[in-house]
Ligand binder design. Structure first.
Ligand code: PMP
Length: 287
């Protein structure tokens, strides 16, 4: 059965859910998006994702023609219409149909699209053995050029780093910022553990404020683990006791090697596994 895709207020079969070749989302990557996940039919941190979507839109001067509450309802509707239990949702707002020039003022109206689908996960063995990644030579976008806080349709920065990772046989790659500090991975935030303290780059390292990152920080603090958002270098990752990445699709995935340097014992660490379990309990238990 064909998926039903939400597009501008209607749920239509996927093959009829199309956008114009003059949409600036296609022509210029002019738009914003979100990636969400549902567990047992319930969307994890829906309001937080929708809020980030509206913040991304605000930052690019794009007015979404729905209230945040309406967007939440539409997202739930897309999940329910497709009878999705454990799935992945992609919400997209493009600038809409315009002319071939850059000027967004010539665009008629933003296009709102919500796709609720099955989820593609990293292979199970990567969770058991942990990820080995490299540092990409592609630095994360300079915040004064295109803030990484904006989840825009312009993901070439991350895609170029991902290509480098894939060419080195890695499914993820670490990106540094313009100062040479650790920023994040191409689609995941990064954490390390050193002497029992959880460390992660702050938002001003030029990263996306991950919803999973926020959840893991809360979980760790509730478990009495000290969390510090501090500038990190590659060296801090190399010498850490444990490491892991976080993201909506990946959840909490152990990191065991960076640039050929083994992190800790080279196996998923105990605190990582503990946080992974707590995150599992949170998502499967609802909230
Ligand atoms: N960083 C980047 C660049 C991302 O694309 C994502 C995935 N949206 C993340 C981090 C993780 O964010 P979240 O936990 O909200 O999925």
């Amino acid at each position: 059965m064909s998926r039903l895709v939400y597009i501008n207020g209607a749920l239509v079969p996927a093959e009829q859910a199309t956008v114009s070749v003059f949409d600036h989302g296609l022509l210029y990557g002019d738009g914003v998006f979100e990636g969400l996940r549902s567990y047992g039919g319930k969307i994890f941190r829906l309001e937080e994702h929708v809020r980030r979507l509206y913040e991304s839109a605000r930052a690019i001067c794009l007015t979404i023609p729905l209230t945040q509450a309406e967007m939440c309802a539409a997202t739930q509707q897309a999940v329910a219409a497709n009878k999705i239990q454990d799935g992945y949702i992609r919400s997209i707002v493009t600038r809409g149909v315009g002319t071939l020039g850059l000027d967004p003022n010539h665009c008629a109206s933003p296009q709102v699209i919500i796709i609720a689908d099955a989820i593609t996960l990293y292979p199970a063995e990567l969770y058991e053995q942990g990820l080995e990644i490299i540092t990409s030579s592609v630095i994360r976008n300079h915040p004064a050029a295109l803030s990484p806080r904006i989840k825009s349709l312009n993901y070439l920065n991350n895609i170029l780093a991902k290509i480098e990772g894939l060419q080195a046989g890695c499914v993820e790659a670490l990106m540094l910022n313009h100062k040479g500090e650790v920023a994040e991975c191409t689609g995941d935030n990064i954490f390390v553990i050193r002497d029992g303290v959880l460390l992660t780059p702050p938002l001003d390292a030029g990263i996306l404020g991950g919803i999973t990152r926020d959840a893991v920080i809360e979980i760790a603090q509730a478990a009495g683990i000290e969390v510090r958002e501090v500038a990190l270098t590659k060296h801090d990752i190399y010498v850490a006791d444990e490491g892991f990445l976080t993201g909506t699709a990946a959840e909490v995935i152990p990191l065991v090697k960076l640039d050929g340097r083994t992190i800790g014992t080279g196996k998923p660490g105990p605190l990582t596994l503990d946080l992974q379990q707590r995150f599992h309990a949170l998502t499967r238990g609802g909230s």
